[in-house]
Design a protein. Structure first.
Length: 455
């Protein structure tokens, strides 16, 4: 005889189920998708309406919120979970039969893919709404790329192919990324990773960790050429965010003269970009080599590739780092002062050095124009703690990438093809922004970054 379980009047299981569904409620309540749904309904026209557009669209969003790896997994959950069906808007009288088949769901997805521009408009509307709720959104920006492997296989040699093969991805290609570093014992390490698929170029607010602009390309596309397009896209759709932007940070994959020049010249945004070592003489264990600061005149000043500026004592030939005193925006120059005058120690060559120029009460002043080398000299000097703190904020985009993998389904997926991948990426970013906006509207602003925590 089977054991009989006595039901409780008060059930924690029901409370927990309702609470988890509240995450989907936050997304649906904040999503400005009315125009998009009407567009899909107009596309259907007078055709069969066995599975209405709105419930199926809500179900598609639910699949992202609740981390379903495939459409089949989502549809099984919908047939099992009456509360979820009701929240999505399916006819309660139809029960599990109200849930679309996999074929019908696939056809719906095709319609969504064909309305990619309208889907992007939802993303831009959410950014706009968040910008009005968060007055400092966009002040600090960060850019990075993310590898997204495809579920499809590489295309075989055309001579060996016999008709179409849906298991393969003809849009994707191979990407390679190299990581290098130095261990504590001074030895160097290198790691090379490769993947077949795509690359997501993402710009986020590094304080709130929210996406503001993105672009999906093949895996082989270089990061370096996508910083300015992301800024231009942000400026096109959200001029106010660009106007309030103060800095943009990126790793050395984005290091170029243009990326260190154009953000400052066009929008007064300070670039915080790690720098590659390009000086050939750097290949030495003796430290960074130096070059003459002012080649057109005899001055005892030199600099290295990391932006440190030094003076060489005319008497003792001792090399000392100049004291940094900030950036002069009106001159677009970095200001340095004599270390002996600043720190109050004796320098045998100070008299000889000061005789070459007019000297104020703080000793010799040296101004280094940014134009001397835009890759090395930036408004926030590379060797300062301010630059290091600003660069550390770049890790925010890595955390956003982590959420895309672990929470929004890109660690394990079944997506093939550029169009489908772009749609899935756009949906994931929309859900991320809608969740943040929904939490702000529900007075849960402290949880706006989280996709899984319950209030």
């Amino acid at each position: 005889m089977a054991a009989i379980v006595q039901p409780y009047i008060f059930s924690w299981k029901q409370i927990e189920a309702d609470s988890d569904l509240n995450r989907l409620c936050l997304v649906l309540s904040a999503l400005p998708d009315e125009s998009f749904v009407r567009l899909l309904e107009a596309r259907r026209g007078k055709g069969r309406d066995d599975y209405p557009v709105r419930p199926v669209w809500n179900a598609m969003l639910a699949g992202i919120v609740f981390q379903h790896q495939s459409a089949a997994s989502l549809l099984r959950e919908l047939r099992r979970n009456a509360e979820l069906r009701s929240l999505c808007g399916f006819n309660p009288m139809g029960g599990a039969l109200a849930v679309p088949s996999e074929d019908a769901f696939g056809r719906f997805l095709v319609n969504v893919i064909q309305e990619q521009d309208a889907l992007l408009d939802i993303f831009q509307q959410l950014v706009e709404k968040l910008g009005s709720r968060l007055p400092d959104l966009g002040k600090r920006l960060a850019v990075d790329s993310k590898a997204i492997p495809t579920f499809g296989r590489p295309v075989r040699d055309a001579a060996k192919r016999q008709g179409p093969d849906r298991r393969r991805d003809e849009d994707a290609d191979w990407g390679v990324k190299t990581y290098k570093g130095t261990r504590k014992d001074g030895t160097h390490w290198e790691k090379i990773s490769s993947w077949f698929g795509y690359k997501l170029h993402l710009m986020v607010d590094s304080v709130y960790e929210l996406p503001l602009a993105f672009e999906l390309t093949k895996a082989s596309v270089s990061d370096m050429n996508h910083l300015m397009p992301l800024l231009e896209d942000l400026n096109q759709h959200h001029v106010d965010l660009v106007e309030r932007a103060d800095e943009v940070s990126a790793d050395k994959g984005y290091d170029s003269k243009d990326n260190n020049t154009e953000p400052l010249d066009e929008w007064n945004i300070k670039p915080i970009i790690d720098k590659r070592r390009l000086w050939k003489e750097n290949h030495s264990d003796q430290g960074l080599s130096t070059r003459t600061l002012f080649e057109d005149r005899a001055e005892p000043f030199i600099y290295d590739e990391q932006g440190h500026v030094y003076c060489v004592c005319p008497q003792t030939q001792e090399q000392r780092e100049l004291s940094f005193f900030g950036y002069e925006a009106n001159r677009q120059a970095l200001k340095y002062r004599c270390p002996a005058a600043t720190n109050g120690f004796d320098c045998q060559g100070r008299t000889s050095c000061e005789s070459q120029a007019s000297v104020g009460p703080f000793g010799r002043v040296v101004r280094v124009p940014l134009e001397m080398d835009r890759r090395i000299f930036t408004p926030i000097a590379r060797h300062t703690n301010k630059w290091k703190k600003a660069y550390a904020r770049r890790t925010s985009v890595e955390r956003v990438n982590g959420r895309l993998d672990c929470v929004l389904g890109f660690e394990q997926h079944t997506i093939r093809g550029l169009a489908k991948m772009k749609t899935r990426v756009t949906l994931a970013l929309i859900v991320m922004l809608a969740m943040a906006l929904g939490r702000i509207q529900a007075n849960q602003a402290d949880l706006m970054r989280s996709m899984t925590k319950l209030a």
